[in-house]
Design a protein around this ligand. Structure first.
Ligand SMILES: [Zn+2]
Length: 256
């Protein structure tokens, strides 16, 4: 997949819109096993190539690599509010969601099977980027990001959900499904564990659909979401940690 870009539908007073992009595997500078457009600096890739790739990704939303704020997620629910000149954030570990009202800052969520999400209230000029795997789903990182956006003045939020691993490619031990379903409201659990709900554990196929769980969480919060097609493990055009082990990360970017 080459990088795709889009605008959130509505336009703010004054004609401003919000631009987002989703990067894939193609169109970058990294060598195997990180080929080509790896955006992560914590997977063992050459830093110079990662920086050039970030330049490619940043250009897709009209920015430079130095304008990007990235996360090294820890599968929690910690949200950071990015302000002008936030120091030391690129690549810093410890959080899985970024929100901002600052124009010209590119928020980036990286993933390779987990779910990258971008969020926007265009009218109120509040945006967010979230990295969510099964732990983040259980921890509520998506509702936490939305709560922080609402604190910054967001009202009606729209979302674009990036490609993630499909449940057929993501079998897990039954205890993990029990752990996840035990942490989630019933509607979200049913979406995230589609072949498990209502079935005796020993008969169930234990798999997780994190993307569907995210969609259910967003719907419960009144967010209008669209999902980009594709399973990371099924698609050679996307990075998949489950499929390849050591590999790169694609990303979703958003800016005001
Ligand atoms: Zn799949």
């Amino acid at each position: 997949m080459e990088t795709v870009t889009g605008h959130f539908g509505s336009v703010a007073p004054g004609g401003r819109s919000v631009i987002w992009a989703a990067t894939g595997r193609f169109g970058g500078h990294s060598l195997p096993p990180f080929d080509e457009l790896n955006l992560a600096d914590y997977v063992g890739d050459e830093p110079g190539r990662v920086q050039r790739n970030r330049q490619v990704a940043a250009a897709s939303i009209g920015l430079t690599a130095n304008d990007l704020v990235l996360m090294q997620g820890v599968h929690g629910a910690h949200v950071v509010v990015v302000e002008q000149g936030s120091p030391g954030l690129p690549g810093a570990p410890g959080f899985d969601a970024l929100v901002t009202k600052t124009p010209g800052v590119g928020l980036v969520a990286l993933a390779a099977d987990c779910v990258p999400i971008v969020l926007a209230d265009v009218a109120n000029q509040v945006i967010g980027a979230v990295h969510c795997g099964w732990r983040g789903l259980a921890a509520g990182v998506v509702p936490a990001a939305l709560a922080q956006m609402h604190e910054l003045g967001a009202e009606q939020v729209h979302a674009v959900i990036g490609p993630s691993i499909c449940p057929n490619c993501y079998p897990v031990p039954p205890h993990r499904v029990l752990e996840l379903t035990g942490a989630l409201p019933a509607s979200v659990a049913a979406a995230a564990c589609p072949k498990f709900a209502g079935v005796e554990p020993e008969l169930a196929v234990a798999c997780i659909d994190v993307g569907a769980g995210v969609r259910a969480q967003l719907a419960e919060s009144g967010v209008i979401a669209v999902t980009l097609a594709g399973c990371t493990a099924h698609s050679n055009g996307l990075f998949s940690y489950r499929r390849d082990g050591q590999t790169g990360r694609q990303g979703m970017l958003i800016r005001l």
